[in-house]
Design a protein around this ligand. Sequence first.
Ligand code: ASP
Length: 403
Amino acid sequence: MIFIGIILGVLCGWLIGKPLLVVSKPLGTVFLTLLKMVIVPLIFSSIVTGVAGIGNTGNLGRMGGKTMLYYLTTSLLAILTGLVVVNIFKPGVGAELGLEAAPETVGAEETGLLDVFIRMIPENPVAAAVEGNILQLIFFAILFGIFITRVDQSLGGPVQVFLAGVFEVMMKITRFIIMLTPFGAFGLVGSIVAETGFAPFIPLGYYAICVLLALLIHACVSLPLLLMLVGGVSPLKHVKAMGPALLAAFSTASSSATLPLTMECAEEHAGISNRTSSFVLPLGATVNMDGTALYECVAVIFIAQYYFSHGQAVELSFVQQAVVVITALLASIGAAGIPMAGLVMMSVVLKAVGLPLEGVGLILAVDRILDMLRTTVNVWSDSCGTAIIAASEGETELKVKVG
Ligand code: ASP
């Protein structure tokens, strides 16, 4: 369906030209506004529920610590891989993307990394939500999630259940908006073609290849090395064991929908205990998204490169690139395991460095295929984590050990 929207957009934009804008512009704007509408409540409820979930299993102590360490290390590794690839190939420099909105970063004064952290603390969390200051909101949500589990259960419990309910409702609304994507895609892609012609699709293809390359490096080099060196697990045996789950991830573009199959492959084919897999995998399906984290980083730097090379923004400084890394990490933690969640969360990263959201519309044209790929990497990383943690817990039934 999305493909049909994109193809129709391209065809109408090409054949009708500028008059199409009367229809396509409002369609695209409505779609982007709907996406923005869900961000604040979705992020808050998702992060509080996720963090409180980890806190609740705090008695699993050692395994919880190892799992968090694995999630953070691999997600950061993925982001850094993306950062290096996008800085080497620079797909956005000189690209003709036809974006109009001016970034807020023009002339932004240079601030240190410490300032970024200091500014993450909201003076007033409600104001942060109203103003859409996502970093501050995330900071408050993490604290809220941690301390929800530190108060008496009779008080903390209902708040947690309430927010879990809010999260479910927000997910439903998000799914509904995502169902409208074909119309949004028609509007956004149609407007681009009507205004700029086909020129943007060449740099977009180049950008997609950069994402693919970085995903391949992470999935075929970094994660297998970790598997072998830290877990003593054979990557080949493990990929065979997880095959059905990886294929399901690719075809559904949803880590959550794939979860039952991921658990079955981990337990039945890889011989990982239910104790480990039932802790690491469900949490990983929403919190650990290496592919999404990498994708956020490459996409945002791609857009930043475009604005910089057109003289509309200053080049992203070291500090701003660090902000991209941190927010890409947070966005991947906050992203739900459903199709296109990464695209919704991208606005968080764009906002953090003051870039306009218009770029999201453009990237949407190639998002579906990249979503399928990054979801496969997300599930692959979860499964590698389970195997490594199982091995470190001395599980003897593992069928994927080297040798
Ligand atoms: N579709 C991805 C997943 O479910 C999330 C994303 O859009 O990046 O893992």
